[in-house]
Design a protein around this ligand. Structure first.
Ligand SMILES: Cc1ncc(COP(=O)(O)O)c(C=O)c1O
Length: 374
């Protein structure tokens, strides 16, 4: 067994605690949908679900589903789409396809730490550039330009960003594309939070179509509130999509037949609009409530407002280490949030507000208890 394996602490700890604590404010999506809610007012869909034959679907995703996903992206066809077991597998298989050990990857930080950890375990040479709180969680473009160089094979970004909720401005997007173009690097854009915007009903535009060497990663887990379906996808130039599919043959073969069927239903125009509207209403209502709490407790925390997603990356005004604070939160208050440590940034907590208001408020009250007594 390799001794220096770099574990994915964020996912592992969330998985341990999310069903053990009473108040779990670690979730980055909103209250998940039920199948009943998804099919509301459409008994025929439930009937067709019950009649589904549980064979293997086409292994890169059903034609119907790939057509619907392609419709979300400018100029794409089903041949650009590989349906994966969540965005998690899309990220994993994409990196394995495009990179060899020793290759250089440039990763945005903070970030969902999957690609960062995967890159270390896969012996890639990892460089980073930052989103800075003093820039409203904007990209430090000078740093980006300093770290991207001739050896860079791929730049990994997350937009809208987990954990900060930042949506990149036009200048930031252009800076990433220009930096990649200069050295012929790929851009892997993890866009799973597109559709969960706070201030606009316009879905955050994809990097797809703005530059040739883009892999755009999407998912039904966040904006569509269907994480348990485990359906995500990667958009890639056709030849690359085929290469990614070839790796998938070895890992999972395919996603599930039920997943493909439910995902295609979720992405049909009417249902899709309903799901996104539901997510936005959870997020917008929840954020107002959460922001009030932050203002009331500005001696304990400060908040740089997120633009999207059901999470905020909150700085707390205490010396104690974030993992220690979370440990106390679990032990003394039966509550869990993600410590900044898991993003390589101590003195922050990632807190979720996309769940029901009473539940969030009780969780926040418990966080206040711990911070006040620290
Ligand atoms: C940025 C980002 N990418 C990918 C994932 C994994 O998503 P999925 O449930 O589609 O595998 C997450 C989950 O939190 C995420 O935050």
């Amino acid at each position: 067994m390799k001794k220096d394996f770099y574990p994915f602490m964020l996912e592992r700890e969330m998985s341990i605690w999310e069903y053990q604590v009473k108040y779990n404010l670690s979730e980055s999506g909103v209250q998940p949908m039920t199948i009943e809610g998804l099919a509301e007012g459409d008994p025929h869909f439930i009937e067709s679900l019950l009649a589904t034959s549980l064979g293997y679907p086409q292994t890169n995703g059903s034609l119907e589903l790939r057509d619907q996903i392609a419709d979300l992206y400018r100029g794409a066809t089903r041949d650009n789409v590989v349906v994966t077991t969540g965005a998690a597998q899309a990220n994993f298989t994409s990196i394995l396809t495009l990179m060899d050990p020793g290759d250089e990857i440039v990763v945005m930080l903070p970030n969902y730490m999957q690609i960062y950890g995967l890159a270390r375990n896969y012996r890639l040479s990892v460089k980073t550039f930052s989103l800075k709180e003093e820039l409203g969680w904007g990209v430090d473009i000078d740093e980006l330009n300093r770290v991207v160089g001739k050896k860079t094979v791929l730049i990994a970004i997350c937009n809208p960003n987990n954990p900060t909720g930042h949506i990149m401005a036009v200048e930031e997007r252009e800076a990433v594309i220009t930096a990649a173009d200069k050295v012929g690097a790929w851009i892997l854009a993890d866009e799973v939070y597109a559709g969960s915007e706070h201030h606009t009903d316009e879905v955050t535009p994809s990097f797809w179509g703005d530059y040739e060497k883009v892999l755009a990663i999407g998912s039904l887990s966040k904006a569509y509130a269907l994480p348990g379906l485990r359906v995500g996808w990667v958009m890639a130039p056709e030849e690359t999509a085929n290469e990614i599919w070839a790796r998938q043959d070895y890992v999972t073969i395919s996603t599930t037949m039920l997943g493909n069927k439910l995902a295609a239903y979720a992405l049909s125009t009417e249902v899709r609009d309903k799901l996104i509207a539901r997510t936005r209403s959870y997020i917008r209502r929840g954020y107002g409530n959460f922001e009030r709490w932050c203002r009331q407790h500005d001696d304990l925390v400060s908040l740089t407002p997120p633009d999207a997603a059901a999470i905020a990356f909150v700085r707390y005004h205490r010396e104690a280490n974030s993992s220690e604070i979370v440990r106390r939160l679990i032990n003394e208050q039966d509550t869990y949030v993600v410590p900044g440590d898991h993003f390589g940034m101590d003195h922050y907590l990632r807190i979720s507000y996309g769940l029901s208001e009473d539940y969030v408020n009780e969780g926040l009250r418990r966080i206040k208890e711990i911070l006040s007594s620290t």
